[in-house]
Write a protein that binds this ligand. Sequence first.
Ligand SMILES: [Zn+2]
Length: 476
Amino acid sequence: MLLCGRVHTLTAQEEAEAVYLEGDHIVEVGPREDLQARFPGARRLVFEQITPGLHEAHAHPQLWGLQLESLDLEGLTEPQAVAQRVAEKARTLPPGTWIRGAGYLFQAYPSRELLDAAAPHHPVFLQSRDLHSAWVNHRALKQAGLGAHTPDPPGGRLLRDEVGEPTGYLLENAQTLVSAAMPPPGLAELERGLADLARRGYTAVHHMGWCHYSLAEQLAFSGRLPVRLWWALDRDHWRQVQPGWRGDRLELAAVKFFADGALGSRTAWMVAPYPDGSQGLPLDPPGLIEEEGRAALEAGFGLAVHAIGTQAVERVLEVFGRLSAKKSFRPLRLEHAQHVRDQALPRFRGLAAALSLQPMHLLGDAELVRFHLKGYEHEAFRLRDLWNTGLPVAFGSDAPVMKPLFELNLQAATHHPLNPGQNLAPAEVLWAHTRGAALAAGWPQHGLIRPGAPADLTLWEGGRPVGRVFAGRLEV
Ligand SMILES: [Zn+2]
């Protein structure tokens, strides 16, 4: 197959006019006329642009699959408006069926009464846009067996009224007290989520936890993976697992840790306090990340550590500094790195690390930053500063937190809403979604268009992905 158009090779050659594929590999890259002459019988297709296959470098594809079937509450900031959507949904579902949803962002934590009125006969579980807190109704609390007697779980909190009864708002790990009572998402949701990402032109997805790896193995072993899947295991079960590839589409590659929460739920762990005096919620303690992380590296895994707040980022950098000496062939991944103080920037340099960022969060979070972190706006989403550390930068969406659209990262990263000095160029955004992401995955043969590389390509028209070549197969 001969693909013609503006070929962004992401190699030193930069641009070419055509790329010739055979089987599942790239054979030749070069001037169109040359390749037409050399491969006269090839099927020929023309696209505006051809790039290495896009990576989605931070996603929860099973939850994305679930969300494709759940209430989309994005953009809603009033509990009343959310309750109305729940009431509409309740009318379409048999009593007793769970109503799920996510995407709202409230400035204050609501209590359950509005949801009780909206759906008295359905248990309701709604997550905030960042997935770090949830709003539930009485029926859901009852079904989960929660009441005044229920203690707060480690790393979580149930908001309570004056007599200690849960009000229906759950922070961080307290969400699992209710979600554990819901029918769990399974193989169908994972497969739906991955299929949707493939349709959007992605050829690789970096999975960031909250789904059991055995489901991915089932898809890999039955030849049903529509993307190459880089998989981070939850830290509660990595010790039973052998790292490495399952076929050529699934790699069990890393262990995921959480140093803190997120800004929208005010659980991002900060050096300077929020206006209400709180400083966020540390989750996995740095000492545990270091100890478990060292063991995981020794077993052959990489690490992916979620750190959003300034304090979390600095503590994880300290841990990475000590673990970098281990010289694992896999990069230590810092996921999010959303808020970084000036004095932390020099500490990135020279680490055996990669930075996995989601600029598109800025589109919603810019307002949150101004509200919760007044005076510290310059510390937020330092795309240019982090780029300048010289570490590989990978871009993703954190779907289902945001929709997995390349265009959103492009928009946010090239038009930084808080600080234009942090803007990146479109070519840098493409690099972070292809070559940078491949380096962050520890896949040096990916993310480039050159002879011998896997034939994973994204095809573009009008500046948007319109199709892909995956493992040599054209899908438009
Ligand atoms: Zn995530």
